[in-house]
Design a protein around this ligand. Structure first.
Ligand code: PGA
Length: 234
């Protein structure tokens, strides 16, 4: 448990830098959302050699290809470009058949050998990527309709310039629980008081589809949190 979000970012960045040093061709599953942003900034400061790593897209909205809210654009701005990553595996947005888009993405991840390091945030309802409740541990890569909880939290991403006050998209695709849970290492980043209860449930509830994040208990999981989440006064 660390003092604040900045300390979380430093610790997480150091872990990622160590990971890619020992595995320079690591396949990294990359979350967007607010939580990992300070970590990616801290990682860029460490200037690790990420040139042989893969950035694997975790989730994406189903909106027109040129829409600035696309999560692949966010991943490029926050992670791929500043870290000098050259190998990106994203959902193929040119495909109108979303089932095929999902199957291809999952197949390509499989061909690479799966995910080494998954960097995840924690949804307000325990979603991972866009694996909304209910999602079992074998839920595949697929198209989903976002829950009210996710729409509400995602709306914050798009309420300000430069995107204009636009609603969060309702339809999305996500890497499945089956791939996420098989990652060699899962780094779960959780900051802020508003995540306190959902993290406690994630780590204590018997794993169940109503709380997808609870399945992380059976994985090689590293949780990095701040004291707002743990409630400690130490
Ligand atoms: P956040 O989102 O990092 O913006 O809180 C996490 C998530 O919804 O998965």
């Amino acid at each position: 448990m660390l003092q604040d979000a900045a300390a979380v970012a430093e610790e997480a960045a150091a872990l990622i830098a160590r990971y890619v040093k020992t595995k320079p061709d690591a396949r990294v599953l990359v979350a967007t959302g607010n939580t990992p942003m300070p970590t990616y900034e801290a990682l860029a400061q460490l200037k690790p050699d990420m040139s042989d790593t893969w950035a694997v897209q975790l989730d994406e909205y189903l909106i027109p290809e040129d829409d600035p809210r696309r999560l692949c654009a966010w991943m490029a701005r926050a992670y791929v470009t500043p870290l000098g990553v050259t190998q990106v595996l994203g959902f193929d947005l040119s495909l109108s058949d979303t089932q095929r888009m999902c199957r291809l993405h999952a197949d390509k991840i499989g061909t690479l050998g799966g995910v080494d390091l998954a960097i995840l945030g924690l949804g307000p309802n325990g979603h991972l990527g866009f694996n909304e409740p209910p999602s079992g541990s074998n839920a595949p890569t697929r198209a989903v309709t976002l829950s009210q909880a996710s729409l509400a939290s995602n709306a914050a991403y798009w309420s300000a310039a430069p995107h204009g006050a636009r609603a969060a998209p309702r339809s999305a695709v996500t890497v499945g629980m089956d791939i996420i849970l098989r990652a060699d290492t899962i780094l779960l980043l959780v900051t802020g008081r508003h995540k306190r209860d959902i993290l406690a449930r994630t780590l204590s509830e018997t794993p169940n589809p109503g709380l997808p994040s609870s399945y992380l208990q059976g994985t090689n999981l590293v949780v990095i949190t701040d004291q707002d989440v743990t409630g400690s006064t130490a």
